[in-house]
Write a new protein. Sequence first.
Length: 276
Amino acid sequence: MVTNANQADGPMATDTTIFEVKDRVAWITLNRPEAMNSLNPELRWQLSEHMNEVERNDDIWLVVITGAGERAFCAGADLKHRARERDATNEQRAQWQKLTTETTHIIERWHFSKPIIAMVNGFALGGGLEVAMACDIIVSADHAEFGLPEPRRGLIAGSAGVHRLPRQIGLKPAMGYLLTGRHMTAQRAYELGLVNEVVPMDQLKDTVDGYVADILRCAPLAVRATKQASMRGLDSTLAEAYYQPYESELIRRDSEDAQEGPKAFTEKRAPVWQGK
């Protein structure tokens, strides 16, 4: 059962997550380390609520997602929960169904405007890898493992894993993992282009902080326009992608930040971005 998040001085803690906003960055921690941060209805719903807040809050410019502990980023769907569903009461089933109905999973936020970084601190398997692949940047600890082992459980990677993996690493490498359920090491994920950077665990947070700092040096509206044009353009020919209008770019062109960048360059100072 989900309880309402309690906002204290600092992070917001729920049954399944930790949510903190600091210096225009939202930090979301999947917080079920006893279950390898696996996805049950409560966690999916809470993650959805946090992503809604990131999207609508103009003071948040990007989001980082990680898992609690050092063992797992997210081990995918909570299969033990699925087994318990058979013996659940009608009231429990109704509650879980209500949460599912109210959830917009991160994997289906096709046009999420702000940058998302996955800080992978351990196993990213099944739905956990699908969450990571829905992010724009993946930074991984060197001990992490990635995989879509669903066929070994009589399932498929149906939360877009079967679609995203071929698009992100190429068809033949993807089929080698999709059809076998094999894991890949963090280093192999980097070699295949799935991961941006692999570092020792004790350097993971600092490395992500570096990406965060560099993104914050950029104008947020320019970052959003860049992301939208890059992602939507993938569905078009090069010429079509070049000529089609992008809403975020139209907003950027008429923004104060579009004037601030050249002005700051001329005045030989750092720009002060307003996000408007």
